[in-house]
Write a protein that binds this ligand. Structure first.
Ligand SMILES: Nc1nc2c(c(=O)[nH]1)N[C@H]1C(S)=C(S)[C@@H](COP(=O)(O)OP(=O)(O)OC[C@H]3O[C@@H](n4cnc5c(=O)[nH]c(N)nc54)[C@H](O)[C@@H]3O)O[C@H]1N2
Ligand SMILES: Nc1nc2c(c(=O)[nH]1)N[C@H]1C(S)=C(S)[C@@H](COP(=O)(O)OP(=O)(O)OC[C@H]3O[C@@H](n4cnc5c(=O)[nH]c(N)nc54)[C@H](O)[C@@H]3O)O[C@H]1N2
Ligand code: SF4
Ligand SMILES: [Mo]
Length: 672
């Protein structure tokens, strides 16, 4: 038995260091590395099973060519050579006939390694084809709102929570999505530090918190403004910090805050006035309060405004200036590597860009030229894109030539002409930097690719050779690619020698300094000229979701989505144990809404709106408020009674960053 020190590549803020125990070319066990302080010796419930992911009986072992109609899932094995010959011949003729924009190729986030994510995208950049703006299904709204407020730089170090005196998890279920931060919280709470969870759902994190505040979906900005109102009223602001580090607080104080009285905020958010007062009092009294910002609050029409407003709070109390205080969601912007070396080795500076949220629309409606060929890696858009019924109509187009690279025959792969078997991360070598901590680490492969699987990196390099793309990165080994990433790097990472990084294990670039601001003014921007220039409100404010008046007039329930505890989107669907632990795909209704529909716990039900009609099992619980239907996770059709939740979801954009608005979706639940 051999133990290999690797890095978890799943799309997760923790980016754990892992120990892979390997016997005879097989992964027998994966566990957390005790020598990485954030991982602290444990992996999550999902990755504890990654030996079963690598050796899942459901994995594709060879390239496949489609035999039946698109979507049906009938395929026959072909050789890699035949598959690649067909792909490159088709791409070349599409490019000759319709130009490079008729090809859309992308690799999304389920391998977080810089090489296995970056290089396939670099290939398509070099080829000058249409590009996918990929983060919009996830974090583009968060990022745009944070950048407009704090600037493109990481937030607080999660490890700093050790010195916090109050922690607020705002729109995030850390027990599911950031378990190692949760573990840090456990230790801090033993010192008597209080944990507040602000979430419309009584999540596991909320159940275990000192205080759960069940907020109405999409009203976070109002609550944050209510807190600011009280901080001003009770003279709990840090005026020196504001004078030195903030821009435009005076205008917000005069023009916005007077409207957000505690009573008004209570009416908007559904939180009692006394609780709004109590929360503001706690926040004002704390010196080193840390807000863990979640993506949850961004997944509706005014998600950007919500995130931005909450991210302004630590500026009012000066918590941004103190270690242990401030706010954190993303840290990635502080790793200023030369990403473009891999992602943009050559190719035109601009091209046609397609928003991930509207992949279906692009496939169905784009002209001049239409998308004729599509390559998808590390993504399952037939299940995880909003309005995925439309995505599927696009994928079903008979004249579209689709290639999917995945370890599994996903719902998306079923629409492909050619499916290529992908290696999982434990079969790849790569370099990682976290997006939720300040660690970076190089990782060798634990085992060789199983069956005939190829890594994203190998596939990108082979396709480059066959398509005549000659940039040197398409011939480099992993250690050479690492040097490219560090050559021309800036900031903290520039100090590191990549050849040393390769053997160093986990490296932290965290500091104890207060929050830096990288906005145009160099300050925390309560007033943002950049937002004003985009026609957006320059100051924080709250408005009702316009979709409520349109969709909400017709459909009585609002959709709330949340993470699966044993699954992450569909990335672990190939592990039978985890599918069973997560249970039969279900939705949750409040007892009041279930009774009004004469529905009982355990019933099979249909979730219906104008977009689709899907089947799930009903759980009746008061963990959510009346008027809401919760659907945890995005389970594929072969696990649900029928369909998949995102078929119901709106593909409208958020106010900032053109992000996804899953929660600006209204629907009804009816008997099966
Ligand atoms: N187990 C597990 N881990 C994961 C993932 C997973 O699917 N499963 N996904 C990974 C990925 S790709 C990402 S981006 C992160 C996401 O991680 P998180 O930041 O935790 O984001 P979400 O999973 O979108 O939602 C978190 C919470 O937001 C709440 N919420 C929804 N709407 C609102 C609102 O209007 N206001 C407030 N205050 N709360 C609201 C939901 O009830 C939910 O509990 O997690 C990563 N980790
Ligand atoms: N309703 C609703 N929908 C959501 C969300 C939500 O909160 N609610 N969250 C959104 C968010 S935050 C995100 S990030 C997206 C995630 O959406 P997706 O990116 O579609 O995530 P997964 O379902 O994990 O699919 C990733 C695919 O990559 C494959 N894969 C894994 N490793 C590799 C590899 O190394 N190489 C290749 N080629 N393939 C690999 C997996 O088998 C899987 O099929 O979903 C979004 N959809
Ligand atoms: S918590 Fe996240 S990074 Fe850590 S092992 Fe689990 S999926 Fe990987
Ligand atoms: Mo995500």
């Amino acid at each position: 038995m051999e133990t290999i020190r690797v890095v978890c590549a799943h799309d997760c803020p923790d980016m754990c260091s892992l120990l892979a125990h390997v016997d005879n070319g097989r992964v027998v066990k994966v566990e957390g590395d005790p020598d990485q302080p954030f991982t602290a010796g444990f992996a999550c419930a999902k990755v504890n099973r990654d030996a079963e992911l690598v050796h899942s009986p459901d994995r594709i072992t060879t390239p496949l060519r489609r035999m039946g109609p698109k979507g049906q899932g009938k395929f026959a094995p072909v050789s890699w050579n035949a598959a690649l010959d067909e792909i490159t011949a088709r791409w070349k003729s599409v490019i000759t006939e319709s130009g490079p924009l008729a090809l859309l190729g992308y690799c999304y986030s389920s391998h977080q390694g810089q090489m296995n994510r970056g290089l396939p995208n670099g290939l398509f950049h070099a080829m000058g084809v249409s590009r996918l703006w990929a983060g919009t299904v996830c974090d583009s709204c968060m990022e745009a709102a944070w950048d407009a407020t704090v600037g493109p730089i990481g937030g607080a170090d999660p490890d700093s929570v050790a010195e916090s005196d109050l922690v607020i998890c705002w729109g995030t279920d850390l027990h599911a999505t950031n378990v190692h931060f949760w573990a840090k919280l456990d230790a801090v709470r033993k010192r008597g530090v209080k944990l507040v969870v602000i979430d419309p759902r009584r999540t596991r994190s909320a159940q275990m918190a000192d205080w759960h505040i069940p907020i109405r979906i999409g009203t976070d900005a109002a609550l944050a403004l209510g807190i600011m109102h009280i901080l001003v009223r009770d003279d709990l602001c840090d005026r020196d910090y504001i004078a030195q580090h903030a821009l435009g607080f005076d205008r917000v104080e005069r023009e916005v805050l007077p409207r957000f009285t505690p009573d008004h905020v209570a009416a908007i958010t559904g939180i009692d006035t006394a609780d709004v007062e109590r929360l503001a009092g706690m926040y004002g009294a704390a010196k080193r309060s840390l807000i863990r910002l979640g993506w949850g609050m961004t997944r509706n029409t005014y998600g950007g405004q919500a995130l931005r407003t909450v991210a302004l709070l630590p500026g009012v109390t000066g918590a941004y200036g103190r270690y242990g205080g401030g706010a954190v969601n993303m840290t990635a912007a502080s790793f200023e590597l030369n990403y473009n070396a891999l992602r943009k080795p050559s190719g035109p500076a601009t091209t046609r860009t397609i928003n991930h949220n509207r992949l279906g629309e692009a496939l169905l409606e784009l002209e001049d030229p239409p998308i004729r060929a599509l390559f998808i890696a590390s993504n399952n858009p037939a299940v995880t894109c909003p309005d995925s019924a439309k995505t599927r109509r696009g994928l079903a187009r008979a004249d579209l030539f689709t290639v999917v690279h995945d370890p599994f025959l996903t719902m998306t792969a079923r629409y492909a002409d050619i499916v290529l078997p992908a290696a999982t991360y434990l079969e790849t070598e790569d370099f990682f930097r976290a997006y939720g901590t300040y660690y970076m680490q190089y990782s060798p492969r634990a085992v060789q690719p199983q069956g005939e699987a190829w890594s994203n990196l190998r596939l990108a390099q082979e396709l480059a050779a066959r398509m005549g793309v000659t940039d040197p990165v398409f011939r480099m080994s992993e250690p050479e690619l690492l040097r490219e990433l560090f050559c021309g790097a800036k900031g903290a990472v520039a100090a590191f020698d990549p050849d040393v990084v390769r053997g160093a294990g986990p490296i932290s670039i965290a500091t104890r300094e207060g929050q830096k601001f990288r906005t145009p003014s160099g300050k925390l921007e309560f007033f943002s000229e950049a937002l004003a220039a985009q026609g957006l409100p320059p100051m924080p404010d709250w408005q009702p979701d316009p979709a409520e008046a349109t969709q909400g007039a017709q459909w009585p329930l609002r959709l709330l989505t949340g993470p699966g505890y044993f699954l992450s989107h569909t990335a672990f669907s190939g592990v039978a144990f985890l599918r069973q632990r997560e249970g039969t795909p279900y939705c949750v209704l409040h007892p009041q809404d279930a009774a009004a529909r004469k529905l009982r716990d355990g019933d099979r039900v249909r979730l219906v709106n104008d977009r689709a009609n899907i089947g799930l099992v009903l759980h009746v619980r008061d963990e959510i408020q009346p008027g809401v239907v919760l659907v945890p996770g995005q389970r594929p059709d072969n696990e649900t009674l029928e369909g998949s939740v995102n078929m119901l979801c709106s593909d409208a954009y958020t106010d900032m960053g053109e992000g996804a608005t899953y929660q600006s979706t209204w629907l009804d639940v009816r008997p099966w």
